[in-house]
Design a protein around this ligand. Structure first.
Ligand SMILES: C[S@@+](CC[C@H](N)C(=O)[O-])C[C@H]1O[C@@H](n2cnc3c(N)ncnc32)[C@H](O)[C@@H]1O
Length: 455
């Protein structure tokens, strides 16, 4: 079995929005009851397992199956699995059309970068697989290109394909069109597209823009297609558009959720969705997020900076730019407790008072929408404080031996250009006593805070 992904390798990576922890958290916020303990996960079009293998490392009690039509990426992923000695993740070079039923069922089915890059009959085979293999409370993740922004991408793709088939010649042709373009609106569109393509790995462009199968959907059409297979719209996987949409359904006056979401795409010029689906008939509860919030756990990378005379406190975001000022005593108490244990989470039911102030719940949702705190539903095996014999994620140690990009136990990516930091990380295999680890305590602390260290 072979396809173009065997000839030109696709540089894949971990996608946080596909984590079963995220899928379950979003489902719980919508009143559903997905599994949050040991579970079975399928990734379709998994490539070399760059997304699936880190999930398996972080969820050792669960079982993972990845399939991909291309054989070479699967071989590469299998080599990584062998080196890590993992027995709960299996990769198969397999056409989705030939999926053997005995591999299922699955609580979470993931398809990143798949639905828009396969023929429509293969997309239907994917939905059919979900219909047959998804457990009753399971969740599907499907990402795909959307209109209206997709109209621009479709035009770019058409122009790129007027080259000789190589990315370089396609981009040259696009640049030549730009130089001669006479319409100011079109000139600026082409500038944006050229900038996007010039900042991207050419192997990605080769597949994403030049590949034979390429589909863009209006959201409502995608959902109609999924609906024919007994699947319904649950939510987007990213929290921001869910918890802080550009406009509420009331503001837009839309009668149903599909029409509302479609209108949002048209307003925000959406080009790519990361949609969660569940079985039709499940009672999806929208708009009562605060009520369901206490069923989740919370983690916070926020670090206390200062307290003003009024009692307001400023926190710094440890994992990105920005500061935030907060003043609700219940919330401040929670953030101080969580600061001590980051990157671990604690159940909100334990952190909140018996009768939490609704304002606190809403503030936690707002902080989550801004990725300043993290909602969790699974227990992740991350350590927050140094053990006597520190143990780093075996995957991160393996990755550190070959390059600067490491996948954390939180499924995020961190970059270590400095070879000495990567060498140090490789020493943290649980056999060495902290005192024998000569390098600075600060580096080790940073590893803990990044979620690289196992509990
Ligand atoms: C755009 S890549 C996405 C890879 C990865 N999920 C990512 O996002 O980085 C699409 C993947 O789908 C796989 N694929 C295409 N058709 C398939 C089929 N019929 N059955 C299984 N996999 C298929 C390709 O081989 C390729 O690895």
């Amino acid at each position: 079995m072979s396809n173009s992904y065997d000839q030109v390798l696709y540089p894949s990576k971990a996608f946080q929005d596909t984590h079963p922890d995220r899928l379950a958290s979003v489902a719980i916020l919508h009143g559903l009851q997905p599994p949050t303990g040991p579970c079975r996960v399928l990734e379709v079009g998994c490539g070399d397992g760059s997304n699936l293998i880190p999930l398996a490392v972080a969820l050792p009690g669960s079982h993972f199956v990845g399939i991909d039509l291309a054989a070479r990426p699967i071989e590469l992923g299998q080599a990584t699995i062998n080196r890590l000695g993992l027995t709960h993740v299996e990769l198969h070079s397999l056409n989705i059309l030939d999926f053997p039923a005995h591999l299922g069922p699955f609580d979470y089915i993931l398809a990143h970068g798949f639905c828009s890059w396969v023929p429509l009959f293969v997309l239907d085979a994917f939905f059919s697989l979900c219909q047959q293999q998804l457990t009753p409370n399971g969740v599907v993740y499907a990402s795909y290109n959307t209109y209206p922004e997709g109209h621009i991408r479709a035009a770019t793709r058409r122009i790129l394909r007027l080259g000789d088939g190589s990315v370089a010649s396609g981009k040259d042709y696009l640049a030549a069109i730009r130089r001669r373009a006479t319409n100011p609106l079109w000139q600026s569109v082409l500038d944006v597209e050229l900038k996007r393509l010039n900042g991207r790995d050419e192997n990605v462009t080769f597949h994403d823009e030049l590949g034979d199968a390429y589909h863009t959907f209006y959201f409502a059409d995608f959902m109609e297609r999924a609906g024919a297979f007994g699947l319904q719209f649950l939510s987007e996987s990213k929290l921001r558009p869910v918890l802080k949409p550009a406009f509420s359904r009331e503001e837009l006056g839309e009668a149903d959720e599909i029409a509302y979401q479609q209108a949002l795409d048209l307003i925000t010029f959406e080009g790519f969705r990361r949609t969660l689906l569940c079985r039709s008939g499940l009672p999806v509860d929208r708009g009562n997020f605060a009520q369901h919030l206490p069923k989740l756990s919370l983690a916070s990378p926020l670090r206390f900076v200062s307290r003003s005379a009024s009692g307001a406190e400023t926190f710094r975001n440890d994992r990105g730019a920005g500061q935030v000022e907060l003043n609700h005593p219940q919330l401040l108490s929670i953030l101080h407790q969580l600061e001590m244990v980051w990157p671990q989470a604690r159940p909100l039911a334990e952190l909140l008072p018996a009768e939490p102030d609704p304002a606190v719940l809403n503030q936690i949702l707002a902080l989550s929408a801004a990725s300043l705190v993290h909602l969790r539903s699974f227990e992740l095996p991350v350590a927050h404080t140094a053990s006597r014999r520190p143990l780093a994620s075996p995957l991160a140690r393996l990755q550190a031996s070959s390059g600067p990009v490491l996948t954390t136990l939180l499924h995020s990516l961190v970059q270590f250009e400095e070879p000495s930091a990567r060498e140090y990380l490789q020493l943290l295999d649980g056999t060495r006593h902290t005192e024998s680890l000569a390098a600075g305590e600060e580096v080790l602390k940073a590893f803990y805070r990044m979620g690289l260290m196992l509990a």
